[in-house]
Design a protein around this ligand. Sequence first.
Ligand SMILES: [Zn+2]
Length: 442
Amino acid sequence: KPEGEKKVAEDEVRLSVQQMNSVAAGKEVVVIDGLHGTEGITVAEFYRFSEDGRRRVTFKGDRCTLVDGSVHKVLYRAATMEGTTRYFDANKASMAGRKVVLWPYGGEDDPNESPWAKAHRAVLGGMIQRNQHLLRCVVCGDPVSEHKALVAEVDEEDVELAVGCVHQRCRRPSLRVLGEIRSELFAEFAVLKDFDYEAWILANRHGPSLISQGPGRDGIAYAAWNAAPTGTGRGTWCVRLDLEDGSSGYATERARVVRLGREGALRYAAEMSGNFEKATKARDPWCYTSDRELCGTYSFIAPRLKPGQRLLKCVKAEAAPFTAAIDVAYSSKRNHYTPLVVLMDLETGRPLHIRGLIPLITDPFQLSTFLENWSAAGIEVPPYAVAVVAEDRDFDMLVASSFERGLQVVIDPLVDMRGTPLRGFVVTPTERLAASNLVEAT
Ligand SMILES: [Zn+2]
C-alpha cells in the first residue's frame, strides 16, 4: 500500500499469485461430442468475436450454439488447442477407439490479436487484479489449494462473467479453461485440501492456541470445555488471587481475566478462598506457576511443571475492581483452543467423524502424520476439505453441535494399530470433569 494509506492484516499475508501467461481471449476451442453427423469427437477452433463484438459461439450448460444455429453437446472448452490435451489425458479410457477430428481455425490472422479479443483480455485482467479472493473457486466459492487447479472463465448465457480458479472437481463443460495453477506449496501439502492458507496465517497472528502449548502432550488428556464461559461478560469487577510470595494473579477463564459484577465477584472470591483453605488442609494446596501459566491443585500441576517454572501457593482470593491494566497484564490475547483445523466431509458438508469422534488438528502441516496413523489402524477417511477454526467462539459452536450429534471431539488424536486411542485431548464439558474429578485446573 502507498505510504500513509492504512494497512490491514489481510494485506500482509496475501499469497502472491503470479500470472505466467497472458490470457488468450480470441478463440473458442471446443471439444464436441459428434459434429455433422459423425460418431467421433471434434476439436473445433472458432473465431470468438464477430465484427460487432458479439460472441459467435454461445454456451449454456453443456450445450453450445454455433453461427449456423446448430446446437451441440460440449465436452470441454478451452482458450487454446493445447488446453484441450488436458481433457484427453484425463479421459483416455473412455476415448479409446473413438475417432477424433481436428478442425483448426483456417484464417491467416491471429484471433487473439483482434481488437475485441484485446478488449476482452483487458476486462479479464482487470477482474483478476481486483479480485481479493483469487484463491477461491469461482464455481463453488470454497478455497482452492490444489496444485494444477484450473484457471477458467465463466462465460455463459444468463450467467455473470467471472474469471478465476476452479477446483478440478468443479469443472463443467462450458467453463472456458485458460490454464492451471502451479504451486510448490500446494503440491507439497497436497493433503491440505481446499485449505485457506491466508485464513490460517491470520488466525495465528497471536500465536498458537494455549491448549496446544500446554501440558499433557503425552497420553490421553482432557480439555475442559465450558459451554457458557463467564469471562465473556463486561463486569467491572474481577477476582484477585494473593500468592504466598506477596504477588498476585487473577482468576481467569480461557486465559482471560474473568469479569463479573460486584456481587458475583464477592461470591466467587469467597468460594475460592474456601476452596484454598480446604485444599491446604488436605495437603494439596491450590498453586499458581510463577509465570502465571497454570493454576490448579499441587497434585495436578506438580507433574506438569516445565523447566524453570516454580509453584506459588494461593493464600486467598479477593474481589477487586477490574482495570484495563489488569487485563493487559493478566489476559492472554491468544485463543484457548484455536486456531485449529477440522476436516469437513465433502459429501455431507459437516465435520467429518471417524469411529464416533471428530478429530481436530492443531498443526495442519502435520496432517499427513495423522492420516497415516489412522490409515495404519484401518480407518478410511472419505473425501474431505480442511477448514480453519479461527476463533474460540467457532470452536464452541463446533463442539456444541458435535455433542448434540452424540459425537466426541478429540484434538490431535493418535491411535494404535487396533484403533485404541494413544494420544490426544478429549474435549469434555467442565461439569463432567468436575463430577469425575478428572482434573481440577481450569
Ligand atoms: Zn469449487
